[in-house]
Design a protein around this ligand. Sequence first.
Ligand code: Q9C
Ligand code: ZN
Length: 678
Amino acid sequence: MASGTALIYDSEMTGYKLLWVDPACKIEVPERLTVSYEALQSKGLVQRCIPVSTREATDEDILLVHSEEYLEAVKQTPYMSLEDLMTFTQQYGDVYFHPNIYHCAKLAVGATLQLVDSVMTGKVRNGMALVRPPGHHSQRSAANGFCVFNNVAIAALYAKKRFNVNRILIVDWDIHHGQGVQYCFEEDPSVLYFSWHRYEHQSFWPNLRESDYDTVGKGKGAGFNINLPWNKVGMNNSDYLSAFFHVLLPVAYEFGPELVLVSAGFDSAIGDPEGHMCASPEVFAHLTHLLMSLANGRLCAVLEGGYNLTSLAQSVCQTVHTLLGDPAPLLTEVSSPCESALESIQNVRAVHQQYWSCFRHSNVSPVSEPSTKRCCLEESDEGPQEVKKEKENVEENMENIVWPEPLPRPNPTLHTIIALPVGLEVPLPDDCHQLADVPQEIIDTAQRLRDKHFKEINDEKILESFKNIISLLEGIKDKKVRNGLAVVPSVASALSCAVQHALTSLTNRVLVVFIGDGDVPVDTADEQVLLIQICHKEQQEPKSKFHVPVCLKEWPGDTAGFLQVIFGILLPLGYQFSPGLVLEVFGETSGVDKASLAQLTSLLQGLAQGQTLALMQEYEDGIIKATVSSLLGSPAPSLGPLGAPLPVNVQAIEKQRERLLQPWGILQTSHEQLSSPK
Ligand code: Q9C
Ligand code: ZN
């Protein structure tokens, strides 16, 4: 399995700038690259990455997307006078040319292709390319929106041609619609394009009708273009995460890409003068993490926009930290998305239910006419003076917005510790550690815990497992170790012990994810434990909003159903609950598909800064290995394209979601759900 993170940067790409006065273009400055790179350097991230050199794209590369006429025209720009450059520029929208931009644009494409090469050949697992000019607005025969050549679109076609990649996912989290990418793949079912973008009912640039949610692709490509328009500014972490849980991730997993390309624009972060959104730089750590178990971890992030230099640099660092495998930061205050976000999410799910079986149960029709111009504002260029002034003010206020600097993301010295019962030998990867001798202090703690809560237990092996569990939890608490796995004689008592000790000495919020049947011996009444149980057999009625049993029939057969639980319930609840520890408990794993479990383990790492303790009862070589591998940060193996979940399971999942979406707002997928509860 490939490892390592590529970072591609070349200061050459700072070698062009705006040479005349143009308010629309003044934000696209060379410093965008230098501040990002310097921030990475100051955090020691550059040296942790694998340097990959840039190259100039060839004509052949560029012609994968662009027309010969356009390429020839751009080729002339290095020889143009200032006046000619201005004239040349005027035929396009919101872009500028410079004598050196053609060189930089070739480097930007070349850097992106070098990244794709490194990932596809297994030289690295993933990586990021810091490039300028950006790409996603440029079209076959047109520059647009600061973009000259379409870096990511060219990369997708290059990957198809050079590496025979059959399915590519492009995630465009830039705040503008990458219409250039959309046009390029409209009829191509091998490239799934997802974009969210500030839209405000078409009043925001580029003001296109075809940026709305009902543009889904054409012909064979129908369903492979997903637009999520944001019709209000101020979207925050909850809105972005909801979009991932309830739109992008279910589709992405059903699609089963072999490569993920991210059009990583950070104008969707707080403080950006274009985006006017409120998501924190830390959210990009999570967006990145959530994509990292697709495509066997093959992810290439390519810079697009991002115009607040502080926010941009912080967001780039969050992304690279995560690509390198550092624990994701805590996201607090995740709750309901706003009304407007919900409306968009509902609409996009509704128009896509005919293409994606993950949405097929959501029996809702679009709530609003596409592209309603209800709140249509004139473009600022044409508006009266006062409107212009006010818009400028808003822009300045945006630049003045302050937010806390993301905390450092320290890495515990040990990644994963395994505690096996005495006598059990399992072949384990080199980079995981076995629990060493338990110090007396911890033996005493285990003894006291037993005396207090488990008087009736006398089994030596069980007492032994208590010591191991407490030892692992102490290591996690002291940030000496990130996560752990204990193979135990009885998960029931091990779980009780872990919950007791965690609540006493580690945190006041524990998420328990229990795979298997039977009564789970944890008390959810005091709201300190959120229990999510995925099982076969019908369980007793749930006790509270902190007790969530989901019963799946014919599972492990129904992988799609299992993922629907993860994206529809488990992750949203986990993020809103914001635990300090995740206990992942495998009651009976017999026959359970280990690839799905590996995905679960990987995705759960986004919570509690990756502080997970896995407890496992039945010894099964394969499951232990798969779990350890995920705990160690290896990407879970791709599940491939998925079919439809079993209707009976969809029903069970929906029943739980309906029950819970009042208290857990992040479960909502439509804006009527809260106002008219069933
Ligand atoms: N108020 C990218 O983010 N419109 N391009 C500028 C100024 C053009 C953005 C209007 C924005 C282009 C890659
Ligand atoms: Zn942008």
